[in-house]
Design a protein around this ligand. Structure first.
Ligand code: FRU
Length: 387
């Protein structure tokens, strides 16, 4: 009985030491369709948000604009025991089947930015790209005279923001007397946009505006227009990521850009709400903001610098806290180890003492028996002599 209690106590001391009692850490997999200024901004937000959640880790993978690679990335998250998938699908049609499969297998899926066909997801966070295209058209019409002619540099065919930005722009622009001369895809890339714009400007000599579905393509368009001496053409883009889009506006490379919200923090918070069975919005449509042009580009750049500085400080603080906790937990382990060793020593000492006591008692009994036997023998001896 005593020995049993001793073992139970020992187990209770040793268990925390071997770290067997651990709380759940959620594994969040983020599948980005590409890697660029806009996505870097979003990834920074994701990493910043995750700092506040000790019970979650995140891994971000980029598919580098390849739907095949994105399918492999998604499979990687599924095969490696991730708890939730966050995905921005490169092309709706190509990614819908795998996302549907993952969702139907029971793994929660959050879609952000680009969409799939149908609604086989747990939650979606995105912007209203049709409205964004409409705002771009409004701004363009306000910059130009009636009867303006535009060419549109389309993102990637089959990716939902591009389709929607096109729809919103053309509808609004043409409804107010503008004409879209051509709409050609450049797959979201600056180099492709340069080739497209070069050919288009050689065909059309009366272009007033180039509307590009993102800032990188708008910058490419601007470079070609300047090279061809078509400085009068107004150029607008979308995204307003600070390092590229807003900088291009501040440097007068392009005339305006529209903020395409990233909201990496909101995406992580939604994912955690799903994982912890807390309430969340199934469909979140992010609000749009006013255009970025020369009137506000500088102040936005300044604000971004401040944000970067503050983030740096936060990162330093977080590292310090992590160091502190690492130190604290190694000290706690050391403490438990010392307690366990002391208890073990006591235990061993006790067992040795008990063995010693038992031996002494045994010896005393033997001596007593021996004594009795001797007495017996003496008595017999005496009897024999008498006889
Ligand atoms: C970044 C990007 C942005 C664009 C968005 C649309 O990868 O190409 O430039 O606004 O994707 O999904």
């Amino acid at each position: 009985m005593l020995r049993k209690t001793f073992y139970i106590f020992l187990l209770a001391v040793l268990l925390p030491l071997c770290g067997c009692v651990e709380s759940k850490i959620y594994k969040i997999g983020v599948s980005q369709c590409s890697q660029d200024d806009w996505r870097n901004k979003m990834n920074d937000e994701i990493n910043r948000e995750i700092m506040f959640h000790e019970d979650a880790v995140v891994e971000i993978r980029s598919a580098d604009d390849s739907s095949e690679k994105q399918i492999r990335d998604i499979r990687y998250f599924v095969d490696n025991g991730f708890d939730i998938l966050i995905v921005s699908p490169n092309e709706a049609a190509a990614l819908t089947p795998i996302i549907k499969e993952v969702y139907e297998s029971g793994m929660p899926v959050v879609i952000f930015d680009r969409n799939i066909n149908g609604d086989t997801y747990t939650a979606r966070i995105g912007a209203n790209d049709v409205a964004l295209g409409g705002s771009a058209a409004h701004y363009a019409l306000h910059l130009l005279d009636k009867g303006a002619k535009a060419i549109e540099i389309f993102g990637l065919r089959g990716s939902t923001p591009a389709e929607d930005r096109h729809e919103g722009f053309v509808k609004e622009f043409e409804a107010h007397g503008g004409t879209v001369l051509a709409s050609v895809a450049a797959d979201w890339r600056q180099e492709d946009a340069e080739l497209v714009v070069d050919s288009l400007l050689k065909i059309y000599d009366d272009v007033d505006l180039i509307y590009a579905h993102n800032d990188r393509m708008a910058i490419g368009a601007s470079e070609v227009a300047r090279r061809l001496g078509r400085d009068e053409i107004k150029i607008i883009g979308i995204d307003a990521a600070p390092e590229i889009g807003i900088r291009a506006v501040a440097d007068s490379v392009i005339d305006a850009t529209f903020l395409y919200p990233t909201e990496g923090n909101r995406v992580i918070r939604t994912a955690l709400a799903i994982l912890k069975n807390r309430p969340y919005e199934r469909e979140t449509l992010l609000p749009l903001s006013s255009p970025v042009d020369l009137s506000n580009a500088d102040i936005l750049l300044l604000m971004n610098e401040t944000l970067k500085e503050e983030t740096g400080k936060m990162q330093i603080l977080k590292n310090r806290i992590d160091d502190y906790w690492a130190q604290h937990s190694s000290q706690t382990s050391l403490f438990y180890a010392s307690v366990a060793i002391i208890i073990l020593l006591f235990g061993v000492g006790f067992l040795l003492l008990r063995a010693y006591w038992q031996r002494t008692r045994h010896q005393e009994e033997l001596l007593a028996q021996n004594h009795l036997l001797q007495e017996e023998r003496d008595k017999q001896k005496l009897l024999n002599e008498q006889l």
